[in-house]
Design a protein around this ligand. Structure first.
Ligand code: PMP
Length: 356
């Protein structure tokens, strides 16, 4: 606390990102990074963009990146917004589509991406956390009520559970009646079989947010994009241009474009992650773990005897970093990102020994 802090800074409760250890070599299964490297063409694009042209500002509209994203999603370029990671796009979307109090609250699940309440608090947006059902799904009727908008990841985080497309369409049709927006955070959709893309025809109030951090192995680059009706995209541009016109540097734009053009390579690496996820999930179930059915590049699991924090510590002592959320309902669980097969074998060995 400092006398120089304004009242906003004093009351903020910032998001806490997963640990990025510098001191010790961990098997890092805590922040849902992709264990496989980016495509070679992406590294080449980074090198090719590192020239004397860096003295110039980047393209503020990220034209080439957006073109590639539009082609990958089979939409028009004016249906795509590019951002510095999907977190930035989500922050802009809260500012663009959700109203401050005394508006009705924005709805999101009680167990979800913990950045949502942070953005809401930052912009002074009222929200209501809707409890997931006992089987970790969204109860459709809970979202068919008047609200200030809806946001959730699909698949959800940190559970990994997918939400049926028909439910999302129902939410959006209901929300359209009071002109509110449904934001579908598809950070992990590449590991799932469902998506809200292609957007249902006539859906003007759905924004689909994607990242290159997970499926495209580019968490260190910071690139994401959103797909929606051109009017929603214009709203995001208006927020961005009231804040920072150059959110993506020229190297990131070149690399993001190159990544989106390498769909063959990435479908292969994503399929490997999915295969490893399924193998690890069944092995853990056989050991007596509770493993939620994941559609993401991580699993949410409960040790048969140990508490969530004790299991987290056991893994840490064995050089494996995972994520534990000290939060009601999920305190006994840990989230484990899917690594390479050999990393996961080491993880499984520690799990097996820990049962003993
Ligand atoms: N949405 C969800 C659900 C996430 O888990 C993450 C990763 N922390 C993000 C968005 C943000 O990803 P990025 O900013 O790297 O695109």
């Amino acid at each position: 606390m400092s006398v120089f802090w304004n009242s906003r800074v004093r009351t903020l409760v910032p998001y806490v990102p997963g640990e990025q250890p510098r001191d010790r070599q961990f098997i890092k299964l805590n922040t849902n990074e992709n264990p496989y490297p980016p495509a070679l063409a992406v590294i080449e694009a980074v090198h090719a963009a590192a020239t004397e042209r860096l003295r110039l500002y980047p393209d503020p509209s990220c034209t080439e990146f957006r073109k590639a994203a539009a082609a990958a999603c089979d939409v028009a370029q004016n249906q795509v917004f590019a951002g510095n990671g999907s977190d930035e796009i989500l922050a802009f979307a809260f500012a663009a589509f959700f109203e401050q109090a005394p508006a009705p609250p924005v709805l999101f699940p009680d167990i979800t991406y913990s950045f949502y309440p942070v953005y809401a608090a930052l912009w002074g947006i009222p929200f209501r956390e809707v409890p997931l059902t006992a089987d970790w799904s969204l109860n459709r009727a809970d979202y068919l009520v008047p609200s200030g908008g809806i946001i959730f990841p699909n698949p959800n985080a940190p559970t990994g559970c997918a939400i049926p497309r028909e439910d999302i369409i129902a939410f959006a049709e209901y929300a359209a009646q009071n002109n509110s927006v449904v934001i579908v955070d598809e950070a992990y959709s590449a590991f799932s079989t469902t998506s809200i893309l292609p957007l249902p025809s006539g859906a003007k109030n759905i924004l689909c947010v994607r990242t290159l951090s997970k499926a495209y192995s580019l968490a260190g680059l910071r690139a994401g994009f959103a797909v929606g009706d051109p009017a929603l995209i214009t709203a995001l541009e208006r927020i961005r241009d009231s804040f920072n016109s150059y959110t993506l540097d020229s190297i990131a734009q070149a690399a993001a474009r190159a990544a989106l053009n390498e769909s063959g390579y990435y479908s292969e690496t994503c399929a490997r992650v999915v295969a490893t996820r399924e193998r690890v999930s069944s092995r853990l179930r056989a050991l007596g773990f509770t493993v939620l059915k994941s559609s993401a590049n991580f699993i949410f699991i409960r040790h048969p005897h140990l508490s969530g924090s004790a299991f987290f510590m056991l893994l840490r002592e064995n050089g494996i970093l995972v994520r534990h959320f000290a939060k009601e309902r999920i305190n006994e669980y840990v989230r484990v990102s899917i690594g390479t097969d050999s990393d996961m074998d080491i993880f499984l060995n520690v799990c097996t020994a820990g049962i003993g």
